[in-house]
Design a protein around this ligand. Sequence first.
Ligand code: NAD
Length: 292
Amino acid sequence: MSSIAFIGLGNMGGPMAANLVKAGHQVTGFDLSEASCAEAKAAGVAIAASAAGAVAGADAIVTMLPAGKHVRAVWAEIVPAAKAGAVLIDSSTIDVESARAVHALASAAGLKPVDAPVSGGTGGAKGATLTFMVGGGDDAFALAKPILEAMGKRIVHCGGAGAGQAAKICNNMILGISMIAVGEGFALAEKLGLSHQALFDVASTSSGQCWSLTTYCPVPGPVPTSPANNGYKPGFAAELMLKDLNLSQEAAKAAGAATPLGSAAAELYARFAEAGHAGVDFSGIIEMLRKG
Ligand code: NAD
C-alpha cells in the first residue's frame, strides 16, 4: 500500500483515483470542483483543502488536468510541497513543451517525474483498462509502473521526458486522419451506389483496413458496437479529437515536421466543432463530409 495524492478528479481522474483506492492504496485528492470532490469522497478518496495539502507526505502524486497551463500551475504549487524522492505522474494530455518544462522543474527538486497520458477514455478509466504511454527516466518509470497498473492494463515506456505525450499525439493524429479517410470512403461509396456492408466486407479484409473502420466504423450496421449505431453519442468527443490534433500541429511546427494531412484534419474537426458538434463522437464527422 502506498500513500498517493491525486489532483484533478474529473471525468477521467475521478474513476482513476477510485481504482487506486480499490487496489488498497491510501488516496488523498484535490479538485477545484466541489462536485468532483464529493464524488471522489464517496469512492473512498480523502479530500484535502489544497493541492499542496494533498501531496504532503505522499509517496506518489498523480495529476489529471485539462491542459498544459493547468499542469504547469499545479506542479509549481506541489513540487515544493512534495516528499523527497516522490514519483510525480502527469496523466493529462498536454503539449510536449509543457511536459518537458514540468519534468525539469520536478527533477531539479530531486523528485521523479513521468508524463503518462492515456488512451481508453472514460470507459477505460472506470474499468482500469487504460493504456499509459510513459516518458521519463528508468528509475521514475520503475516507481510509476505499479501505480499505473492499478489504473490500466498496458503500460508502455516510450522514452525520456515528453515521450509519452509525443506518442499520444502522434497516435491521435493518425486516428483523426484515418477517421476522415474512412468517412470519405463511405461517402463516396454512397454516391457510387455501393452498400455500406459491401465496402466494409472488402476494405476490412483488404489494404484499407484500420481501427477507424473495423472497430469504430462511422456508419451504422457493420460494427454494431460503434457510436454510429447510437446517434454518435461519445465515445470520444470531437472537441477532444480537435484538442489532440491541435497539439499535434503545435508539436509539428515546433519540431519542423511536415504534416499536411494532420493540418487538414485539424481544420476539418475545427469546422465540425464550430458547427455545433463539439460534443458529438468524432466519427460523426462523416455527416459533415457527406455535405462537402
Ligand atoms: P475534466 O474536465 O472532466 O477534469 C479535469 C478536472 O481538473 C476538473 O474536475 C477540474 O475541476 C480540475 N482542475 C482544473 N484545474 C485544477 C486545479 N488548478 N486544481 C485542481 N483541479 C483542477 O477532464 P477529463 O475528461 O477528466 O480529462 C482530463 C485529461 O485527460 C485531459 O487532459 C484530457 O485531454 C485527457 N483525456 C481525456 C479523455 C476522455 O475521454 N475524457 C481521454 C483521454 C485523455
